[in-house]
Write a protein that binds this ligand. Structure first.
Ligand SMILES: *[C@@H]1O[C@H](CO)[C@@H](O)[C@H](O)[C@H]1NC(C)=O
Ligand SMILES: *[C@@H]1O[C@H](CO)[C@@H](O)[C@H](O)[C@H]1NC(C)=O
Ligand SMILES: *[C@@H]1O[C@H](CO)[C@@H](O)[C@H](O)[C@H]1NC(C)=O
Length: 617
């Protein structure tokens, strides 16, 4: 008699249950007995159906939510505190489980957000030798160039390191160099390689070689992976950029030092056989401002540089590179900047975002306005009368990779207070009148996700927009903890123009107030708010900020009630806050490690000198 099998409530009629069905049945049995033996996993560590189906639909996501381990006790310990994982009130835990909708299900701490693991930064080295006999102003200008180089590489996800002679001295091969009598330029080149060789695998860059391309450019993505099987140079970049593994670097130095005709050569690479280095012809994402390039393409800077190099010329070169980095950014985001502005009465809330957008689309001071970087001769130079479009949108738009988004993530208290124009929120009002939960996320992700998905799905998508590799390269999310100018410079990789009339001597067309980029409003309440309305917004914003940070018990109760009512909006706010705090801490930590080096002070002009300036070699 045929057996009537029932699987998941549906009858299946089979003469002979095939192996697969048997396996499924066995699995179901295992699960059932697992649940009987160990109790059902609590909601704490089970990813939602939606999450799992998201992960299944989108298999290229690098991390799938961790599946519950049936053998794990259901009450887990909070994960250990990681080094450098707090800043002010923000706390975080870096882990692959970051795509869980609610961090506290992992950290067991309301205030501790789960962030994606910190990306490992591939080191990019440059060599700089201080010559204290040089004029102070020249040293300062060189320092600014190093800073520009560091910022540009940092923003593309690398770890820039400035090396000097001490690193070369650590290389056992340095003794061999000392036995030779070489011309200063060649001696310096060999020393540079020795310094690189003492560090390990990585990239060696001249500090006049900077990345000028989109973050996701294939060469930059390749270099970021940091897996370098062969010592390689670039077609057309001369000695601007190399990458390779440590043993190959040492080998090539040995070959060069063994060359009896070494002293006749101009550089280390010309002293080794041509096939000692592989050649990469994909170097077009790197701009290398070597002397021949400056002489042929940037005459005004070449003239200012003179010989020996003048401080004014070096400063002009620094300005030129900085302006080109910004032009490259503007060309990458040719569809302009969209300011995320969901809800009503948010003009004051997003004012800092507009300020940043204006500065990003403004033209930087440059000794040669309307010029293009050497690697992008066909760029669209920054033109003060044709700025990129800045528009405010009631949603987050993710339609094209040429659009950059700047969002402002309000605390749900702030959002409610502005949106409903309420001075004071109290628990009764929250229960009775704030009908919709998580309104900010619902508005923000409406275009992406429609209206029929859960808040948990929205918050996971929002986290992607902030912190996934694509998201972080195409958007910036501000929170109450504002980014400083300095933070922004390191995020974008160039110094944002901030005082357009600062440099009176610059020939740059200075955009006056009327020439400042205009902002296009696509909001429903597009009517420009009056000054009186803005004043109300400012007052509410200020009150909300102090209410959130208040230590008065009654206020804390209200704040917590708003948070409990808007769990997903609160999670979004904490996540964005932790994300930007971690980014800041990561940079500060690296600056701490590096502050001994030249170009590290991060300040604009002045600040403390690095060890090169103190040691006086
Ligand atoms: C935005 O679009 C890009 C490219 O289409 C995609 O990879 C990314 O996941 C999207 N981001 C979000 C938050 O949906
Ligand atoms: C933008 O530029 C203005 C002056 O043009 C300056 O006051 C402001 O601080 C700048 N903002 C940022 C974020 O750089
Ligand atoms: C990182 O942690 C170390 C040791 O805990 C501490 O000395 C250092 O100051 C921290 N750095 C930052 C930037 O917080």
């Amino acid at each position: 008699m045929p057996v009537q099998h029932i699987i998941f409530g549906r009858p299946v009629s089979l003469r002979m249950p095939p192996r697969r069905i048997q396996a499924v049945l066995f699995l179901v049995f295992l699960c059932a007995s697992g649940i009987l033996l160990f109790g059902a996993p609590t909601s704490v560590d089970v990813p939602s159906v939606q999450q799992i189906s998201d992960a299944v639909k989108n298999p290229k996501l690098p991390s799938v939510p961790k599946l519950p381990n049936p053998f794990r006790p259901s009450a887990h310990e909070p994960p250990p505190v990681q080094a450098n994982s707090t800043d002010g009130k923000a706390k975080w835990y870096s882990d692959w489980t970051w795509r869980n909708p609610f961090s506290s299900s992992i950290t067991l701490d309301e205030n501790r957000a789960v962030l994606p693991p910190l990306m490992k930064r591939t080191p990019v080295y440059t060599f700089y030798e201080l010559d204290t006999k040089k004029d102070k102003a020249v040293l300062k200008a060189e320092n600014q160039l190093l800073l520009t180089w560091r910022r540009a590489w940092w923003a593309k996800g690398f770890k820039p390191v400035v090396l000097g002679r001490p690193e070369a001295e650590h290389n056992p091969l340095y003794r061999l160099l000392q036995t030779k009598k070489l011309k200063p330029a060649l001696e310096r080149d060999v020393t540079r390689w020795l310094a690189w060789g003492s560090m390990g695998s990585g990239i060696l860059s001249n500090y006049l070689a900077v990345p000028m391309a989109a973050y996701e450019d294939p060469l930059l993505s390749y270099l970021r992976r940091g897996d370098f099987p062969k010592l390689t140079r670039f077609e057309g970049l001369n000695s601007g950029l190399f990458y390779g593994p440590q043993n190959a670097i040492s080998d090539v130095i040995k070959v060069a030092l063994d060359n009896p005709d070494l002293e006749k050569e101009l550089s280390l690479t010309s002293a080794v056989p041509a096939d000692a280095l592989a050649v990469d012809n994909q170097g077009a994402s790197i701009a290398y401002y070597e002397p021949t390039v400056i002489n042929t393409k940037y005459k005004a800077v070449a003239d200012a540089l003179g010989s020996p190099l003048s401080a004014a010329g070096l400063t002009a070169l620094q300005q030129l590179i900085n302006a080109h980095l910004q032009t490259t950014w503007q060309n990458t985001f040719s569809a302009g900047i969209s300011i995320v502005k969901p809800g009503k009465h948010m003009s004051e809330l997003i004012a800092p975002a507009i300020d940043i957008a204006r500065n990003l689309t403004a033209c930087a001071a440059s000794p040669i306005p309307f010029s293009c970087p050497p690697n992008l001769p066909k760029c669209h130079p920054c033109n003060p009368s044709h700025h990129l479009l800045i528009s405010t949108l009631p949603v987050f738009r993710n339609s094209t990779k040429e659009l950059f988004s700047i969002g402002t993530v309000p605390h749900p208290y702030t959002f409610a207070s502005l949106h409903h124009q309420k001075d004071v929120l109290d628990p009764r009002y929250i229960r009775r009148d704030l009908k919709d939960r998580d309104p900010w996320l619902a508005f923000t992700t409406k275009e992406l996700l429609g209206t029929a998905v859960s808040a948990a799905t929205r918050v996971v998508r929002f986290k992607d927009a902030v912190a996934a590799e694509y998201g972080q390269a195409h958007s910036l999310w501000l929170t109450a903890e504002r980014e400083s100018h300095e933070d922004l410079d390191w995020i974008f990789g160039f110094e944002l123009p901030r005082d357009h009339v600062r440099d009176g001597k610059s020939e740059t067309p200075v955009p006056g107030p009327e020439r400042r980029p205009r902002v296009k409003e696509e909001n429903e309440d597009a009517a420009k708010p009056t000054e009186a309305e803005l004043e109300v917004e400012r007052r509410l914003l200020q009150k909300a900020r102090s209410a959130i940070n208040s230590k008065v018990k009654q206020q804390i109760v209200v704040k917590e009630a708003v948070e409990a009512w808007n769990l997903a909006d609160t999670e979004a706010w904490r996540f964005a806050r932790a994300w930007s705090a971690r980014r800041r801490v990561e940079r500060r930590k690296w600056e701490e490690e590096e502050k001994e080096f030249a170009g590290a002070e991060g300040g604009r002009g002045g600040g403390r000198w690095g060890r090169w300036f103190e040691r006086g070699r």
